[in-house]
Design a protein around this ligand. Structure first.
Ligand code: HPA
Length: 245
C-alpha cells in the first residue's frame, strides 16, 4: 500500500530518506508544489513531497493542494502522513510539542477546496464528521509513544488563511470556538484527501504560542528554534510509524 509524507515548514527535506528518484507529475489541476521524491525511509518505500516547494517558496494560500493530492493518488498512494507547523492555543500545546489533531475548523477562504467542480453527475458530499483517518491517527499516536516524544493525542485544528499570523482577538475567538492549535495548511488538504479516499492524518508541530497568549510578539527566531527541536521529534515519530504502515 502506497505511503506518502507531505512535509511542511521545517521539513522540506526528510533526513534519513534514501532518495531513489524524483518524478514530475502533471495533473488536471495544474502543477504540484514540486517533483515528488521516491525513496526508502527506514527500509520502506515512500513518496515525499514538500508542501511549500523544496525551496520553501510557496505560501500557504498559494499551495496547489488539489494538484498535490491528485498527484499522490495518481501514483498509488493510499496513506498520507501530513506534517504541519502550528501555533499552540491550549495549555498543553507548548512550543516544540507534537500533536495529532482529531478535529478541524476551517477558517480559510478563496482556496480551491474541492475536486468536484465540473462533472456534476458526480457531486459527492463526503462525510467529514471525523476529518482524519482513525486508524492512521492511532498508529501515529502509538509511534509517538514508542519514540518517547512529547505528544498531545488529540485536539481541534483551526485552519486560518495566512500568510500573516493572527491577532490576539482572533486567537481568543478560536479558543472560544474550541480550537487547540492553529495552522494555515490543514485545509483544504484534509478534505481533498477524503474526496480522493486517501487515509490521511496529521502530525502537528507546535512552533510558537499563538498570538497574544504568552508574549507580546512572535518572532521568526523563536519559531525556527522550536521547529528545529520539533522536527527532530517528528523524525523520531516517523521512524517508528513508517515501517508499520
Ligand atoms: N498561526 C498560524 N499558523 C501557524 C502558527 C500560528 O501561530 N505557527 C505556525 N503556523
Amino acid at each position: 500500500m502506497g505511503v506518502a509524507i507531505i512535509g511542511g515548514t521545517g521539513l522540506t527535506s526528510l533526513k534519513g530518506l534514501e532518495i531513489q528518484r524524483r518524478e514530475v507529475v502533471h495533473t488536471p489541476y495544474g502543477e504540484p508544489s514540486g517533483p515528488v521524491t521516491h525513496g526508502l525511509f527506514h527500509g520502506r518505500e515512500i513518496i515525499f513531497l514538500a508542501r511549500h516547494g523544496y525551496g520553501h517558496t510557496i505560501p500557504p494560500h498559494r499551495v496547489n493542494y488539489r494538484a498535490n493530492l491528485w498527484a499522490l493518488r495518481h501514483l498509488g498512494v493510499e496513506r498520507l502522513v501530513a506534517v504541519a507547523a502550528v501555533g499552540g492555543i491550549s495549555e498543553s500545546m507548548a512550543p516544540s510539542v507534537l500533536a495529532v489533531p482529531d478535529q478541524i475548523i476551517d477558517y480559510t477562504w478563496g482556496r480551491e477546496h474541492t475536486l468536484f467542480t465540473d462533472d456534476l453527475t458526480h457531486v459527492t458530499h463526503i462525510d467529514f464528521t471525523e476529518p482524519y483517518d482513525a486508524k492512521l491517527r492511532q498508529l501515529m499516536v502509538d509511534a509517538g509513544k514508542a519514540a518517547e516524544v512529547p505528544l498531545v493525542e488529540q485536539g481541534t485544528y483551526a485552519a486560518t488563511q495566512g500568510p500573516r499570523l493572527e491577532t490576539a482577538a482572533e486567537i481568543r475567538r478560536l479558543k472560544h470556538d474550541g480550537c487547540d492549535m492553529v495552522g494555515m495548511t490543514g485545509m483544504p488538504e484534509a478534505a481533498l484527501a477524503r474526496e480522493l479516499e486517501l487515509a490521511y492524518a496529521s502530525c502537528a508541530v507546535v512552533a510558537n504560542w499563538a498570538a497574544g497568549l504568552h508574549s507580546a510578539a512572535i518572532t521568526m527566531e523563536d519559531i525556527d528554534r522550536n521547529l528545529r527541536l520539533g522536527m527532530d521529534r517528528v523524525r523520531g515519530l516517523l521512524g517508528e510509524l513508517i515501517p508499520n504502515l
